[in-house]
Design a protein around this ligand. Sequence first.
Ligand SMILES: *Cc1c(COP(=O)(O)O)cnc(C)c1O
Length: 360
Amino acid sequence: MPRPTRARIHLDNLRHNAAVAAGLAPDSRLMAVVKADGYGHGAESVAAALDDCVAAFAVASLEEAVRLRDCGIRRPILLLEGVFEASELAEAAAIGAWIMQTCEEQLRWLQEATLSQTVTCWLKVDTGMHRLGVAPQRAPAFLQALRDTRNTGTDTVLCTHFSRADELARDETREQLACFLALCDGLGCLRSAANSPAVLAWPETHLDWIRPGYMLYGDSPFREPLPEAAALKPVMTLESKVIGVRDIPAGDAVGYGATWRAARPSRIATVTAGYGDGYPRTADNGTPVLVNGQRVPLVGRVSMDMLTVDVTDIAAVHVGDPVTLWGEGLPVGEVARHASTIGYELVTRMPARVPREVCA
Ligand SMILES: *Cc1c(COP(=O)(O)O)cnc(C)c1O
């Protein structure tokens, strides 16, 4: 019997979520962000499942794009950070990747390159995130320089990225959008701004291309419940099993460092999943876990290969009973909040140790 800890990947839910995104932005083209191995879900199976319901894909590096081409993905693939050195341009052009242009160095590399074919560029404009992109006032001249380059197609897309679209009460998204729309005015380019939170909550940002990632994997990027996100279905379910059950007296502690002590006689179930399986060690006492489909609190510190839960209040638990750490019935974002992080990080850092079991 193999170890029962696995990440079940529901590709039907992935396709459903893509349809939700498309339905929220019916006048926009959909670029599915599948960087970081499809947010830890397996980029090849994710891209193959989405291939006929999206217009393009986006990744973080040329290697990620090459991997998708190697498994037969023919749609456009955007390199979200562009190339990291001039020598990558030839291969990027050869595989027909779209290339983000974010700085003067990347422009120079493109101007000086000899390429087998022209490349489609996206021009990233920094409207306030201050991570990547050219200043708004530089954008028109930068665009003209791209248009003057023999290596560039005529179809450059203008692009920006929001820093706080997941915070509904903040003004930054509106301000960044206004800045972006103003600079785009009259330049005659298609425009793209929306990440997942913007797709869900800021319809005025949808423009010509939406670029959702996280929401496709079935969780809301918002803390508060959002009606638009209610239809999303989790793609990854992290599952395991109970491998031990014991009764302990009131006053005894559980696990390394005795970080939890029983206030009453308690029944503790041990699950064979730990931080070596991508479950966060920082998860606090009380983090919800599903045992036999019922919510029980994590108690004691998460170990490398095991964790412990308090099953005193549910019907008898036995060795072999099924456990869900996140996914169906337990949003990964909720678990993440108990570990002072976000669901993005939990799914993205799932280690190779955990088998991905793909359900079509
Ligand atoms: C990762 C990324 C996205 C997707 O963001 P989500 O919040 O996962 O939807 C969109 N655009 C850019 C530039 C990104 O880097």
